[in-house]
Design a protein around this ligand. Structure first.
Ligand code: GLN
Length: 285
């Protein structure tokens, strides 16, 4: 019960904060200047704060002027994948395009390995990483995250005739994961590094499972479903390994961009755009 209350409170806070974020710039600069008028001591600090806030609202500094550069790993269907014509598509791509549109920027997608996509945002080489990225305590130490826009589940894929029926049965087996993902982190923590093989992406991990090089693959549920549908003889265990939240990562301290992203996300959620993008790629069961 205690946990549930905390959870609900947490959600209310997130929504409350997001609601403030949306229309903050004029309201807060007004507040700051009236504060400045009423108190001589703080007047300088308050008015310079107000000035910098409106400058941020007027123009965001991005990696490439006029563009919103997103690093991703476009081998993670249905969140990001490469179409036959070489263009990028998926939930993250469309949500990112809608955010860019709201910010008056053009979306630029940079495709790379998942761990590199995280690093790019962390080091300010991209404006943001959007790659079905799970929010974790470790990652929060090195980058900032937007409000959550989707939920993820770590699932276990096994051959149909496997004797692995639960997460516990993974003990003593060889597990395939994607390098740098939460699946890799959980499995190495729980079963030791020697039991886990890290592949460049989900597809190569699933190919290794098909070839009998690993006994199971631990990966996010949405791509797991796509990979299992595209390969005969595989199934997903009913029990989930972990429940997660996806968010957009930006360089630590880039609050102007983070606020802008959260404001855009909130509007996309409120007007149903976010849900319609998800519904386009994930059919209700
Ligand atoms: N959600 C997982 C993570 O953040 C995997 C994401 C991915 O492979 N694109 O680690």
């Amino acid at each position: 019960m205690k946990k549930l209350t905390a959870l609900l409170l947490g959600t209310a806070m997130v929504l409350g904060l997001a609601a403030c974020g949306g229309s903050a710039s004029t309201a807060s600069s007004e507040a700051a200047s009236s504060e400045a008028a009423s108190s001589e001591e703080t007047s300088e600090a308050a008015s310079s704060e107000a000035a910098s806030e409106s400058a941020n609202a007027a123009e965001l500094t991005t990696v490439t002027a006029g563009k919103l550069t997103m690093s991703t790993n476009a081998a993670f269907p249905p969140y990001e994948m490469t179409a036959d014509d070489g263009s990028f598509e998926g939930i993250d791509i469309e949500v990112a395009a809608a955010i860019a549109d709201k910010l008056g920027l053009e979306l630029q997608v940079d495709d790379m390995d998942f761990d590199a996509a995280l690093l790019a945002a962390q080091n300010g080489k991209s404006d943001m990483v959007m790659a079905g990225v799970t929010v974790t305590d470790e990652r929060q130490k090195v980058m900032d995250f937007s409000d959550t826009y989707a939920e993820g589940i770590q699932s276990v894929i096994v051959p149909e005739d496997s004797d692995i029926a639960s997460v516990d049965d993974l003990a003593g087996k060889t597990i395939g994961t994607q390098r740098g993902t939460t699946g890799y982190i959980y499995c190495t923590d729980d079963f030791g590094e020697d039991s886990v093989v890290a592949y460049d992406n989900g597809l190569t991990a699933v190919q290794a499972l098909n070839n009998g090089q690993v006994d199971a693959v631990v990966i996010d549920n949405a791509p797991a479903k796509e990979f299992v549908a595209a390969n005969t003889g595989l199934k997903i265990l009913d029990t989930a390994y972990a429940q997660e939240d996806y968010a957009i990562g930006v360089a630590k301290g880039n609050t102007a961009l983070l606020d802008a992203i959260n404001g855009a996300l909130e509007e996309l959620q409120a007007d149903g755009t976010l849900q319609s993008i998800v519904d386009k790629y994930i059919k209700a069961e």
